[in-house]
Design a protein around this ligand. Sequence first.
Ligand code: NDP
Length: 338
Amino acid sequence: FKAIPDSFPVIGEHMELVTREIDIKNFPLADGDILLKNQYLSLDPYLRGRMRDSQIESIADAFKLGKVLEGHGIGTVVKSNNRKYQVGDYYYGFIGWEEYTHVPADAVSGDEGLEKEISKSELPKSYFLGLFGMPGFTAYIGLNKIGKAKKGETIFISAASGAVGQVVGQIAKIKGLCVIGSAGDDSKIKYLVNELNFDGAFNYKTCNTDEELTKLCPNGIDIYFDNVGGETLDIALNHLKINARVIACGMISQYNTKNPYGVKNLMNVVTKRLLIQGFIVFDHYHEMEPFQKEMREWLKQGKLKYKEDLVEGIQNAPNAFLNLLTGKNFGKAVVKIC
Ligand code: NDP
């Protein structure tokens, strides 16, 4: 991590590829340390928020300048001085954007439950960074606990083909909601309607969001699952029903701008008695069990599909991250490292 960006990060200016050799056999490990060979790295929008001045408090620590960027990932232990981990074990937790990560004892944050699941599951390991991991769980908690979604309601989801959105839409369909989505590419729209059976979807870049919502939700929206904030949120507020809920999951349209969008339609909150609630998925990790159980069951019954945007090679991580921030990813962004 080379410099703090004030809009979209630029490769070379804010992120830089550095090559360094390590001697695995003689790699020094202090008591409790482990050395990982990384397999999969998850790229998530919140990582952009970590590219900030460390004086500014937020949900996750700021990246340190001159140090390796990190993210959720899966690795295998190649050397261990930690009683909890044997060579060959899976590790799920924070890893560097690198091929090998040295995890010092005080930073070992592996999730034992998920590591057990990963090692015994027949699913592709990368699914535990998406469908069965943080983004899938975000969809599940947001929809059930925050949105309290009920059969027969109408939900509108932005960034609907992404890691979180595609899961929100499918669970909402399973629960019997009418599901409308938006995304920024026609191939994504086709996928939502033809593959995921959304009741309607539109390309917000080429269509008029206000007109589309009028057409697709003629009786209004009960739940807006907001992944993008900005203008889409503003327009959605005008289409919500009385007592509707906004699940404030993320505002990606605002992550790279110096000029935040000013929402104009907030009076709807009063007149329509709206509930807008934000949430951070990490607060709910103790509630993972029912999520994994239900998701496994739905997958077995053929009720869930999953689209990944898998990029190979750690050297391609910065570009894949930019793709995620600009909508060029289609599905959950993951880097296959080896
Ligand atoms: P996605 O896989 O959906 O990728 C991000 C997508 O956002 C892009 O593909 C693009 O899709 C869309 N996008 C990018 N820029 C803009 C823009 N300017 N305006 C509108 N849409 C844009 O990411 P995730 O599913 O991982 O994350 C979705 C949201 O959920 C993010 O806001 C993220 O921060 C949030 N999140 C929140 C969590 C929580 O605990 N609250 C946990 C995890 C994620 P498109 O083609 O549709 O434009």
